[in-house]
Ligand binder design. Sequence first.
Ligand code: DQA
Length: 156
Amino acid sequence: MKKAILVLHGPNLNLLGSREPKIYGRLTLAELDRKIKRYGQARGVSVECRQSNHEGELIDALQTASQKGFAAVVFNPGAFTHYSIALRDAVSAISLPVIEVHLSNVHAREEFRRRSVIAPAARGQISGFGLQSYLLGIDAALGALRSRRNSPGARR
Ligand code: DQA
């Protein structure tokens, strides 16, 4: 079966294209998703993209990702990054590798954005490269899956 990766976008990312374009660029979410899917296809992995403004829906998506056939998650938790312990617990609770990504460089912005409560539970964090953050996230997810195949005992 073909590998599948879930790309999960958190709150306010549905507004991409018009939301603070100096920070987040001019690509709409639909355009971003098309490019991410095309990138996945070229690497032999199918990619499904979902966005939600609701913490509980993001938790549900993480909890059900494995049973829906996804092998890894590329996750931009938006502002939840900085304070959602519930999302962090969901990332910790599942055995799939989760890669945290951000369009902007969260370390070069306001102080409160420097802290991610998700990052310690994620496989790693990629921040500051716009669309490229997601594409690097896909590559990181594929790398995590490859290394897991080589050492099946590893949890994530
Ligand atoms: C973001 C960074 C967060 O601090 C912010 O709240 C977002 C977007 C990013 O992709 O750069 O909504 O996750």
